[in-house]
Design a protein around this ligand. Structure first.
Ligand code: ZN
Length: 207
């Protein structure tokens, strides 16, 4: 039997997504085949608008709808606290904990095996933010490193902290901390529940 092209094309598209194997890709495709045309179009439009309807914030690199994201726009956020995360998905997780500071989204972690070096993620932009930081009360800027506890996440956190100190920012200008307690080793922060994650932020250690 020859499978129609539109079916194989969709199966291949699903299969290109993380965590979706050939079986799941087939199941999803045949599931969608039962959808009425109108529902399919809504689904397709949501996909199309995913990229065209979002923008990367010029300040923190989070995903938003305008030039700057809603967190950076929010005047009530604590300006001298920046939590550094690997992906915009981590921002959603941290927001649920009631965190009131700012973010910096790296869009990845340093991963030499997959040819991702420090230049491939938004580390330079973080350094520029640190250099441009001024506090009217003379308070230090706190950088909370919240990358995953995987090997890549750990080495990214180490790289950033070393870079900050090597650039000449001492304890008086930049306070460094790393989220710790409560997160399982190798556990992804996007999957942590709110309580575990908020404890990990509260129990951060100097880095
Ligand atoms: Zn922002």
């Amino acid at each position: 039997m020859k499978i129609p092209k539109s079916i194989t094309k969709l199966i291949e598209s699903f299969q290109s997504l993380p965590g979706i194997g050939p079986k799941s890709a087939q199941r999803l495709t045949f599931h969608l085949l039962h959808f009425p045309q109108e529902r399919l179009e809504r689904f397709a439009n949501a996909l199309l608008e995913l990229k065209s309807g979002t923008k990367i914030c010029t300040i923190c690199k989070n995903v938003g709808e305008g030039e700057t994201c809603s967190v950076c726009e929010d005047k009530s956020r604590i300006k001298n606290q920046i939590i550094v995360v690997a992906s915009p998905m981590d921002v959603f997780a941290v927001e649920k904990t009631g965190y009131k500071g700012l973010y910096h989204v790296l869009h990845g972690v340093i991963d030499p095996l997959n040819s991702i070096g420090p230049e491939e993620i938004y580390i330079v932009d973080l350094m520029d933010r640190i250099k441009g930081f001024e506090d009217s009360f003379g308070d230090a800027l706190e950088i909370i490193l919240a990358t995953n506890s995987s090997m890549e996440g750990e080495s990214t956190a180490m790289y950033i902290s070393k870079l900050i100190r090597d650039t000449g920012f001492g304890e008086d200008r930049v306070k460094l901390s790393r989220i710790a307690r409560g997160l399982p080793v190798g556990g992804d922060i996007e999957y942590a529940d709110e309580i575990t994650l908020s404890r990990a932020i509260e129990g951060r250690i100097d880095f």
